[in-house]
Design a protein around this ligand. Sequence first.
Ligand code: HEM
Length: 197
Amino acid sequence: MLSSARNALVAGIALSIAAVLAAIVASGTDWLGFTSFVLRAIHVVSAIIWVGMIWFVNFVQHPAVVGADDAGRGTLFRLVVPKVATIFRHTSHLVILSGVLLLLPTGYLLSSWMYGAPFYMPLAKVLLLWGAAAGAVAMWAFVHMMIWPNLQIVLGEKPSNAEAKAAARAKVALYARANLLLAIPVTVLMVAAAHLL
Ligand code: HEM
């Protein structure tokens, strides 16, 4: 199972499923609790990957690109940057989608419809969650409206000249830092909404 990253990943997922099934067999659950758990697990794991990529881009990839010579930079743009971009683009969709769905079982949205009666929630908890969600949507927008279109210019996937490429690189770095700025507050506020109050 350690012969490749894919095998290790599959083994890790299988281990998680086995442990969760054992817990369910031992203690039971209901459909709502189970659905909420599955969405939460997908949300947290995809958020870890997305925020991990933001960390990697800012503290590893960007300094490497800046410090590399032309040949090294070419290698990074060919072998590393496109893979990193693919991972953070797709995980960002998954975080948003699982987060939006999670609003239902947790009672932040349409609680009367979900539970047949309005759901009391402290205002501070609601504000923490919606504040974090607003920050997360801004992060998602930075990825898809600023970082990815400019990265395509940097990678040569869109026609441009050297001046446009330099401007695009500066924008990618700027919005990657904006995502870094928001990543910790969004994560902390989400955890606070779930556990503080
Ligand atoms: C960068 C983006 C995001 C990150 C890093 C993130 C991270 C997290 C984390 C770590 C939790 C706590 C899970 C737990 O401890 O149980 C959480 C919970 C949650 N998140 Fe997110 N999240 C993000 C985006 C979103 C978005 C866009 C939405 C919805 C529009 C959302 C909705 C929720 C909900 C409803 C919960 C459960 C809160 C509760 O149980 O009271 N998240 N999120």
